[in-house]
Every structure is written in C-alpha cells, then in structure tokens.
Design a protein around this ligand. Sequence first.
Ligand code: SAM
Length: 370
Amino acid sequence: MDDRFLRALDAAADLEPTVANRRRLAQRWGDDAARWAFEQADLRRRAARKFPEAHRMLFDREGLEMASSDEASRHHASLFPRGELVADLTAGVGADLIALARRGPALGFEKDPDRAALARFNLASLGLEAEVRCGNCFEARWDFDFAFADPARRSGETRSSDPMRSEPPLTELLPRLRPLRLAALKLSPLASDAVLESVGGRVRFLGCGWECREALVLLGSDVRDPGAVEAALADGPVLGSEPGGEAAEEPAEWLHEAHPAAIRAGCLGALARDHGLALLGDSNGYLTGSRRAESPWLRAYRVLWSAPADTKRTQRALRELGARVAEVKHRAPAPPVAPRAFRPEGDRPLSLIVWPNGRSLRHALAEGPV
Ligand SMILES: C[S@@+](CC[C@H](N)C(=O)[O-])C[C@H]1O[C@@H](n2cnc3c(N)ncnc32)[C@H](O)[C@@H]1O
C-alpha cells in the first residue's frame, strides 16, 4: 500500500469530510489519496461495530458488509484443531482468516485482487502471518485437510439467502468440502431447512448478541453425528435440537423468550426440559413457568396480566396498572401492533407480548426483560 495514501488516511481519521478538509489533504497528498483516505476513514468508523481493531485495518464497502464479525470469526476458528493448517477458501477482507491465523497455521484464497491485497494488509497490520493467494480456490492444489468457506451471498445488487445462488456456487464447493477432515461452511440462517438438509453435515445456528447470525454447516470425516442440528452462542454453550414439550395456554408468573438461534435450531424442548418450563401456546419461542430461569438462552419477563387479545381490554389493564406500552414482543402470524396503538395510562413501562394460541391471539403485559 502506497505510503502517501496511508499518511493521508492518518490525517483524515479525525477530520469531517468537508470540502475544505478534502482540499487541504489533496494539496498535501494528492487528489486520489485524499479521496481514498476519506472513504477509508468512513469505512473504518462503520467497521468499528464489527471489529475492535478496525482502526488498524482497510476495507472495501462490499467486503466489509460481507465480513464475519470479530466474535463470529473467533467462533469459526475455534472449531479447528490448533496446530493444523486451515484454508480460508473465500478470504474477502480477511476477517475469518485473521481469526484462523491467531489460532494457528492458515492460508487464504481470494479471487478479487483488490480484496486479496486488503486481506494481506490487515493480517500484516495486526502482526499475523498467513499467505493470501489471489485466485480461484478451485484452481489450486488442496494440500490441507481443514477448510472454512463463506460464499458471497450477493448476486448482482441484491443479497440472496438462497445458498445455491452463492459465489462460489455450492454445487462446486460441496463435492470438494465433503472429502476433507473438517470443513465449516457459513450460510444464511434464512436458508430453508430443505436446503440445509440437502447440504448434509451437522448444522449449527450461531447466535451473536440476541441475533441468529448464521447457519454453519460442518462437513467432513471428523464430524460427529452428521445430520444433527444445534444452536451455539459465539462464546458459549451449545444446545441440541429437541422440539416439542408440554404446552400451556396461559402464562404463569414468568414468561421467557428463547434466543433466536435456539428457536431457529428447534431447541425449545431442550430449554423447557432443562429449566422446568412449558412452551407457551403456539408461540414457538416463549416458555413459561412459576420461577425465573437463568440462562444465556432465555430472556425473562414478569407477567402482570394476560387475556385473549382485545385492544379495549388491554387498554383497561394498562389503566389499572398505571402503565404504558414501551415495546411490543410479537410471535404471531398477524402483523405486529405498534406501541402507539395503546394510550399511555401512566409512567410504568411494560412490554406487550402477543402470541397465537390455536386460531386466536393472546396478550400479556409484563415487566422486563429483568
Ligand atoms: C462473503 S465474502 C468472505 C468474507 C470473509 N469470510 C470475511 O470474513 O472477511 C466471499 C468472498 O469470496 C470470494 N470468492 C468468491 N468465489 C471465489 C473463488 N472461487 N475463489 C476464491 N475466492 C472467491 C469473493 O470475491 C468474496 O470476497
């Protein structure tokens, strides 16, 4: 990377991108460097949400959008044995490759030359060593038993959740991944169950924060129990899929919302069993019990009132509780109601929780999450 550009970037870091500032930088470092520096400074600010060390890295707009977050890429890297060479077949700007290189020997492939250069810069800037080969990963000799792949989900300008339309295409990728010892394939959590089943392997829905971020498919001869489905938190426990369990129509004193990754992986039965809870109606996501359950997979709400859904009745309950609807939690096929659909009847902020029970909906007013 040209030193002139990097100096311009240092200078742009704390400057507003005003015409005067652009002109000042252009006079010193040249027009091209000034334009590039302000764009990189903007990308670094956006990237700070994903990477604690964004201020030492370089990005392109699309590469940043596609990059795994720091916590997700650490989770990916933790799946592989420490001393073994792992190939990142689709390195992008290098987020996953960085985590792999922190773990042990790593090698990256990236077909876009500009992005490959960014990945090299980012590794070097963080003091890490890993070769980045610019080119099509399928054209190289695969002298490794372990691989990670994060196919681009973009097709033209639209982001696609259909993995069959990915780049590289799964039809080409899967036959090369399956004979390895372990391959982790990152797919959209919106990919249908049918597609994930057709990919085969062990499916892990990964939770980052309170979000189901991705479906990781683990393939290869080292994978235990291929076909199993599980949820995992980026830095925490793994929960096996176990649908079903006893259901209750009415919430007890505590209502628990399950983590989106646990819901996507169908783990509600396991959560109900582990915490002595019942599934709530047909909510497919809420569990209830007389005690508050402590778990990173659950958010707890203290139920104050509940009844079949009826706006006037819920409004009356708000009046009796001296409360207002601060948020609506909604797991129903009907469109969600907005908090402003209810008049405030006091300062007490409550959550309105809506879920289906057979053909009808139910409402609960609750404090939380607590
Ligand atoms: C979703 S991005 C990867 C992001 C990366 N995991 C990260 O965290 O920064 C996918 C990348 O794969 C690259 N790619 C697509 N097909 C490829 C191929 N056949 N060989 C090498 N790279 C490829 C694309 O150029 C794109 O940069």
